[in-house]
Design a protein. Sequence first.
Lengths: 210, 205, 280
Amino acid sequence: MTEMFDPALIGTWVALGFTLFAFSGVLYKDNIVFKFAQYTYLGASVGYIIALAVKTIIDTAWTPMVKGEYIYAIPIVLGLVLYARFKRGLELYSRWGMAFLISVGAALAIRGNVHAYFYQQIVATMLPLWAGDPLSSFNNIVIIVGTFTAMLYFILTREHKGPLKYPSRAGRIFIMLAFGAFFAGLIMTRLSLITGRIRFILETLGILSS
Amino acid sequence: MNFVKAVASLILLVAGFVVLFDYFIRVPGLEEFALFLQVIATVLAAFALGIGAVSLFRVHVPRVMKRGTDWYLSAWMLIVLVVVAVVGVFGTTSHPVFKWIYSNMILPLDATLFSLLGFFIVSAAFRAFRARTLDATVLLLAGAAVMLLNMPVGGAIWSGFPVIGTWVRDIPAVAGYRGIYLALAVGLVAYSLRLMIGYEKPLGE
Amino acid sequence: MPESSIWTKLLSVDRRAMYWLLAFLIVIPLVHPLGFPIPVTDTTKAFYATVEALPEGSVVVLDVSPGAIAWAEIGPASVAATRLLIQRNMRVIMWSTTRPDAPLIAELYLLKYFKDAGKQNGQDYVLIGYVPGEVTALATLAKDIHYPRKDFYGTDLSAIPMLTNVNTARDIAAVVLLAAGAEGSYYVGQWFAPYQTVLLSVCTGALISEHLIAYNAGQLKGLVGGSRGGAELELITGFLGKGIGLADALSVTHMYLLLLIILGNVAFFVSKSKAGRGKK
């Protein structure tokens, strides 16, 4: 009798139930149990995020401030001011917190991109035209030509005519090849996720061992 | 320019350029100041997580009060949100109840709802992926080549499939992606600078 | 009245029939494994070799960012990578700056391997948990690993023995990122570019293309991509698990999808040309 109220067992069946509810929206049609699953997910995940956010604020700013590091009052005040957006007449004050987030994020994006996605990618493209054997040399030439023409495709300040016409067209082909490879990877991801959920259903029903 | 916008512009400039210059030049005290600004930003990010919750309340509480469409589902959602948040805040996030809610409600729902996209890819593959133009044909052929690489049975059918797939993925696709990322990097730097000096929305005029 | 051919009828099949057929095709290889061989690719071999080359006892960051949404795909690879780190006696710091559910995923699926191997919390591993802020948090961690102040269980980071001399990214031997989002670009920009930290990636299939350009540029030292990569890592490490079973399902579902793409295009072009001939 007590096994029936084992939280782990109840939890497994709750998880199975929610999984089947969520699948029902696609394998059958949009229905009340599917909506129930969606709303439950929304509420639970936002509640979860709030709990984590509060923990971070307490650990990183509130506790140090209470212990004497009063400078941590600045992020707490700025963070509370973010919520001024919901009060008519005070919306402008939320700009202070937003400005902080945006400017630090933008600065870090520049820091990260200039070296990692600009300089180092250019260096990686500077390959020898003759690499010792025909196949490697061909591959290097394809990479150099492909990278250069794909970049040319993104020149948006001039019309793609004249000397720009065929190189940008070639660049578009290389971009399509990149998207095709990405698409194959995306398919692997999506199909793996369905496989994982079906595996969970089979394990819970005892058809597969976990 | 009014006082509030002036302070926002000042924050944009000072915070952004201190963090940026810290990367490129060594000035005593600058590194510590930049680190402190970054810590402030991470605390603000935690505060920002709550904005979504407030928006949810603003939409769904009136719906419940006025008995709008699916108001009972909205009520359920708000109850679940409050219960989970209260358990997590007062019982801490390592509390057994909180963990039970995560592993038996959030995790299966998160995984299953996200996996539904796989079904839509199946119907899209049959109804929408058409080799109508040269670009679409190239995309489909490249996708097929890499799919034949990704599936272990591809190599069993013909040993050439993994070779072709590897070449497509590692050579022309890499070149195309690199070109995209180089263009993206330039655009991102330009856009980030414009954000920092206040030329772009949401804070620029 | 235009003739309704088999191709036109095929194009109007109820999509739910396709979904159920997919589900059925997934069940078969899970229940009856097909056992197709899985050759190990160079990027997975590089991942394994890099971990093997790290000095034993090094401090390694394990960025647990697949979340619930990607665990089905890169869970097996993540477990194999974690067990490899444990086998090499690495001291592991676990965190995520992008996925709020990282600490619970780590507790549910990874910590048991540390405990089974007799590893001690605070001596051999520490779970810092979720650090909000994405790229900002990551850049801050690179400068000051102690800034979150406490681990997931509320212990002061300053009181954790294994973090005594670990303060910045320079004290980290390698980062193994279990990536399902933008973590790769964040680490490349904020850890590799300034500090030359060794980065190893276990990523979803959708991210393989992006991480490959980083691998080719030398920014990543190893790459285990998608569920196929997970099966490869299980084979090369010997830690066999659910990845091998996933690989068979991968074969069947991919063949199904390829067939649908071919059938869909044939049906479309044949019915289009018949419609064209009908008009003439």
